[in-house]
Design a protein around this ligand. Structure first.
Ligand SMILES: N=c1c2ncn([C@@H]3O[C@H](COP(=O)(O)OP(=O)(O)OP(=O)(O)O)[C@@H](O)[C@H]3O)c2ncn1[C@@H]1O[C@H](COP(=O)(O)O)[C@@H](O)[C@H]1O
Length: 103
């Protein structure tokens, strides 16, 4: 099991913990709008770190995004397996070719 799979399992396990003892549980208790806002904030923080932060700060923000993304996926009953399947489906198709097929 890789680190992301482990984190996904930890998030699933922490979901039903007491919200005052678990950040993960507190996110689910506060609901989708808060999860969505946190995901957006982490994206912005990563973009800022990319432009003006250290490598360490960028890696930290990337980890925050992955954590909150997994929380968001599970909030909708989705999983890393769904994302992996989508990425596998896209494998070998240039982004430029895919974009052209939509116009
Ligand atoms: N990987 C993470 C992880 N990454 C980031 N975070 C939290 O995500 C939050 C990021 O929010 P910000 O950067 O905006 O910081 P903040 O201002 O403190 O956040 P807010 O008060 O605005 O919510 C921080 O509270 C981080 O601690 C995480 N919290 C938990 N995990 C994993 O989840 C496990 C279970 O954690 P609990 O659910 O808290 O037991 C942990 O053992 C870790 O493995």
């Amino acid at each position: 099991m890789d680190t992301l799979d482990q984190l996904e399992a930890v998030i699933a396990a922490r979901r039903t913990a007491a919200p005052d003892s678990s950040y993960t549980s507190s996110l689910y208790a506060r609901g989708l709008p808060v999860i969505a806002r946190k995901l957006g904030e982490e994206g912005v923080e990563a973009a800022v770190a990319l432009l003006s932060g250290s490598d360490e700060e960028l890696v930290g923000e990337a980890a925050d995004i992955l954590f909150h993304l997994l929380v968001a996926l599970q909030a909708r009953g989705l999983s890393l397996a769904d994302v992996r399947a989508e990425l596998a489906r896209r494998e070998g198709t240039s982004g430029l070719v895919e974009k052209a097929s939509r116009t």
